[in-house]
Design a protein around this ligand. Structure first.
Ligand SMILES: [Zn+2]
Ligand SMILES: [Zn+2]
Ligand SMILES: [Zn+2]
Length: 263
C-alpha cells in the first residue's frame, strides 16, 4: 500500500493570494502547498482518493490518476470537496462511490444539486454515488477503510484508518473512542495548522503531543499554513525528541507502507 500526498496546505493553499511572506515567496518547492488531499493505492491495484479539493484536477494530472475506485470525504468544507465536479471523466462508465458522513452527504447533495437532480446534461455531470458512512468500515477490494470520528472545532468530521495508515486532516480533538481505533499505526498523518492555537485545528505542539500518545511508526504533518516553512518544521519536529521519525509532509511525497491483511 502507498500514500501519495496530493496537497498539504491549509484552506487558502500556499502561496496565499496577495501574500509576500517568506513562506509564500519561498524558493523551496516543498513550501508550495495545494489544498490537502491524498491518494491511497492498495497492493491489489485499489485506488482511493481522500478528499477532492479545488485543485483536484491538477493534482490528478500531476499524480497520473487515470481511475478511482472510491472517494472518501473527511468533511464538506470547500477546501476538501469543491473539486468533486472534476471526477466527471472518471465516472463516465458508472457512478463513482463517494463516501462521507451523514451530515456531509446532505451538504454535498445541496452543494452539487445539479449533479443529483434531473435537467439538461450539457457538458456532463459528475456521477457521484453518494454513500453515508456510519461507524462501520467499508471494504474496497482488499482495503478496509475505517471511519475515525474526530472534532473540527464543534463540527464532527471523519478521519480514516486504512491498514496501518491513519489520515486525520482538519481536527482539533480526537475523542477517546477514536484513540482506540488508532493503536499500532505504521504512519500517522495529522493536521498541524500552525504554532499558535486555533479553535478548529491542532497546533504543531498539539499534533506532536497526540503523536507521542499514539506512538506510530512514523508521523507526517499536513494542512499546513504559511506560518510554517518546510525546513523550519523539519527542525521543530526533530527537536521534539519523539522516539519515531516525524516531520512535515509535502505535495508529491509518496510513502510505501507495509502490506497488512485486511481484518
Ligand atoms: Zn481544510
Ligand atoms: Zn504568506
Ligand atoms: Zn475544514
Amino acid at each position: 500500500m502507498r500514500i501519495t500526498f496530493l496537497g498539504t496546505g491549509t484552506s487558502h493553499g500556499i502561496p496565499v493570494l496577495g501574500c509576500s511572506c517568506s513562506v509564500c515567496s519561498s524558493p523551496d518547492p516543498r513550501d508550495t502547498r495545494w489544498r490537502s488531499s491524498a491518494l491511497v493505492e492498495g497492493d491489489q491495484g485499489e485506488v482511493l482518493l481522500l478528499d477532492a479539493g479545488p485543485e483536484f484536477r491538477l493534482q490528478a494530472l500531476r499524480a497520473c490518476i487515470t481511475r478511482l475506485d472510491a472517494v472518501f470525504i473527511t468533511h464538506a468544507h470547500a477546501d476538501h470537496v469543491h473539486g468533486l465536479d472534476d471526477i466527471r471523466p472518471l465516472s463516465r462508465k458508472s457512478a463513482l462511490p463517494v463516501h462521507a458522513g451523514r451530515a456531509d452527504c446532505e451538504e454535498l447533495r445541496a452543494r452539487f444539486s445539479y449533479a443529483f437532480g434531473g435537467g439538461q446534461e450539457g457538458g456532463g455531470k459528475p456521477r457521484i454515488g453518494l454513500s453515508e458512512l456510519g461507524t462501520l468500515p467499508v471494504r474496497v477490494g482488499g482495503l478496509r477503510v475505517q471511519p475515525v470520528p474526530l472534532l473540527h472545532g464543534e463540527r464532527p468530521v471523519l478521519g480514516y484508518r486504512i491498514g496501518g495508515l491513519a489520515y486525520l486532516t482538519d481536527c482539533s480533538a480526537v475523542p477517546p473512542a477514536s484513540m482506540e481505533l488508532l493503536a499500532g499505526l505504521d504512519l500517522l498523518v495529522v493536521d498541524a495548522l500552525r504554532e499558535r492555537p486555533h479553535p478548529t485545528h491542532l497546533s504543531v505542539g498539539q499534533a506532536l503531543e497526540l503523536a507521542a500518545r499514539l506512538s506510530p511508526g512514523r508521523l507526517l504533518l499536513t494542512h499546513l499554513c504559511h506560518d510554517l516553512s518546510h525546513a523550519g518544521l523539519e527542525l521543530r519536529c526533530a527537536s521534539a525528541g519523539l522516539p519515531f521519525p516525524a516531520g512535515p509532509a509535502h505535495d508529491g511525497l509518496r510513502v510505501e507502507l507495509p502490506g497488512r491483511p485486511a481484518a
